[in-house]
Design a protein around this ligand. Structure first.
Ligand code: NI
Length: 196
């Protein structure tokens, strides 16, 4: 396995439509392994093939579970999506999002809060998955990459530097940090990985 270079916004490859995979090849299998390695290395929760310069309809995710206090549970559940097709979406939710292709930035984005998706796994077996919350958001964000879209196109308000913002523990949105008085208690959740 090897780390791949992650393309950053401004690279025209991130604006192109990706083509479907006809079959699993050794080359694609290596690509999937490399994408997971690259995603974990950069502490992301999702990575799409065009982000490593490959215009194929393929993305990988591993969204951590959280315990009751909102801390990430250190347990891997990698999922590969090949030739994904969004079957249905429901609801709407605004949450903080980031992207490995826009380093150190974050913004609020509104997306459906539930998704039903069909895709193929790395054995090219079809599966259907229903997802909500951060898992749904990650799936929809990565799917957009395959269509040549990046989340900054739909960001609400400015793209903020990650050091300048704080997350609202109740809503999951980000806002600019306010000056905190000494001793003021914070009820914010632990900073979550949200680089997609
Ligand atoms: Ni992304």
């Amino acid at each position: 396995m090897a780390l791949r270079e992650v393309r950053v916004a401004g690279d025209p490859i991130l604006t192109k439509l990706c083509r479907p995979l006809k079959e699993m090849t050794e080359r694609m299998s290596v690509l999937i392994d490399d994408m997971f390695e690259t995603m974990y290395d950069q502490e992301g929760v999702g990575l799409a093939a065009p982000q490593v310069g490959v215009l194929r309809r393929l993305f990988v995710i591993d969204v951590p579970d959280e315990d009751e206090d909102g801390n990430e549970i250190d347990e891997k559940h990698p999922i590969v999506f090949i030739n994904p097709e969004i079957l249905e979406t429901r609801g709407e939710k605004t949450l903080a999002e980031g992207c490995l292709s826009i380093p150190n930035k974050v913004a609020n984005v509104t997306r459906p809060e539930w998704v039903k998706i069909k895709a193929y796994d790395r054995d090219m077996q079809e599966f259907v998955m229903e997802a909500d919350d951060m898992l749904a958001r990650t799936i929809l964000h990565e799917y957009d990459h395959l269509e040549g879209h990046i989340y900054s196109e739909m960001a609400e308000g400015p793209m903020w530097d990650i050091e300048d913002v704080e997350e609202d523990g109740d809503t999951g949105k980000v806002r600019l940090k306010t000056a905190k008085g000494p001793g003021r208690k914070s009820n914010r959740k632990k900073h979550r990985r949200r680089r997609l």
